[in-house]
Design a protein around this ligand. Structure first.
Ligand code: PBG
Length: 327
């Protein structure tokens, strides 16, 4: 008789036949950087996640270096916003300053930390949309040069990678061209290729103060009913020259991750977003779920579905648990 339980009898047997494993170096930790000084404030809807002013970044950089994670992704929370999000591409914008500081700090320590700059306008525009507005809607093509300028500013500040997250058509190509024309042909682009309009971004919008003042993002982010269209978005980013593709959010979209894995040869990232993190923290705080086991099962599921890289607010905890051998 076929007995599938034979290989589950002991822990050692289960380890022997385990199909999925993952490394700390595949995890990316997002960090919110804010204007001002001596700021380290917890995001209310994201327990354990903080906004840092540039001068306070070394403490979180140290933790990331100690953890040995694969990199960090930076989001800016500027003091000033305007109609066209000019802080996003200012030479001394909040993220640009943070990148310079992190790079200088790491160089001084003789350490390396991969710094990815999220490229979008929503944290920098007064209206909170991911591009410039014309007659109430986001003007795709007028927004592209601004994204390209933001990517170039991040590159000049020393970013190791840029990741456009606005879901503008053609944004990967626009950024690729500008980087190439300015001596940054070596700099990779990670596309937020299939990014769905999702309620799971709500805590992030608290953290980054980036909720749209009017309307929503449904005219540019994807409709959660469309799996085939997600594959077209992924293929479009690949054709435009993206080096890494991403699916976002993670939990409710693992079918898309699996389908993407079967179609592309590029590295594939998933973004385990703020609302997914908040759910786990809330359930754990309420004593409803064990946090470590929950994180372990979720991370395993992301990699099992086909992700090579997971961007997650759990990265530092997961790294520590992995090292202890308890994850
Ligand atoms: C900016 C951006 C968002 C996230 C990453 N980049 C928010 C949004 O599109 O509203 C969400 C990340 C998260 O929820 O953790 N465009």
């Amino acid at each position: 008789m076929q007995r599938l339980r034979r290989l589950r009898r002991t822990g050692a047997l289960r380890d022997l036949v385990a199909e999925t494993s993952f490394r700390v170096s595949s995890l990316i930790y997002p960090v919110f950087v804010t204007d001002g000084e001596n700021i380290r404030e917890e995001v209310p809807s994201m327990p354990g996640v903080f906004r840092y002013s540039a001068d306070r970044l070394p403490e979180i950089v140290d933790r990331m270096l100690d953890a040995g994670i694969g990199g960090t992704m930076l989001f800016g929370v500027p003091a000033k916003k305007d109609e066209c999000g000019s802080e996003a591409y200012a030479e001394d914008g909040v993220v640009q300053r943070a990148i310079r500081l992190i790079k200088a700090y790491c160089a001084q320590k003789g350490a390396q930390l991969t710094v990815i700059a999220d490229i979008c306008l929503c944290e920098y525009t007064s209206h909170g949309h991911c591009g410039v507005l014309r007659e109430g809607d986001v003007d795709n093509d007028a927004s592209l040069p601004l994204h390209a300028r933001a990517a170039l500013a991040a590159a000049r500040a020393g970013a190791d990678m840029v990741a456009p997250s606005s879901m503008m058509d053609g944004v990967v190509a626009a950024i690729r061209r500008t980087l190439d024309e300015n001596g940054f042909s070596f700099l990779p682009v990670m596309g937020y290729s299939a990014k769905f309009a999702s309620v799971f971004y709500s805590p992030f919008r608290d953290a980054a103060d980036s909720a749209p003042q009017t309307g929503d993002r449904k005219s540019y982010q994807m409709d959660c009913r469309n799996g085939r269209e997600a594959l077209r978005e992924l293929a479009a980013d690949e054709a435009e020259g993206a080096d890494i593709l991403m699916v976002k959010p993670a939990l409710a979209y693992l079918d898309v991750v699996r389908a993407a894995r079967e179609r592309t040869l590029l590295p594939l990232a998933v973004y385990n977003v703020s609302g997914e993190y908040a759910m786990v923290k809330a359930a754990a705080a309420a004593g409803m779920l064990d946090e470590k086991r929950t994180v372990s099962e979720l991370m395993t599921a992301f990699f099992r579905a086909g992700a090579d890289i997971v961007i997650t607010y759990h990265a530092l905890d997961a790294a520590q648990w992995l090292r202890e051998g308890t994850l």
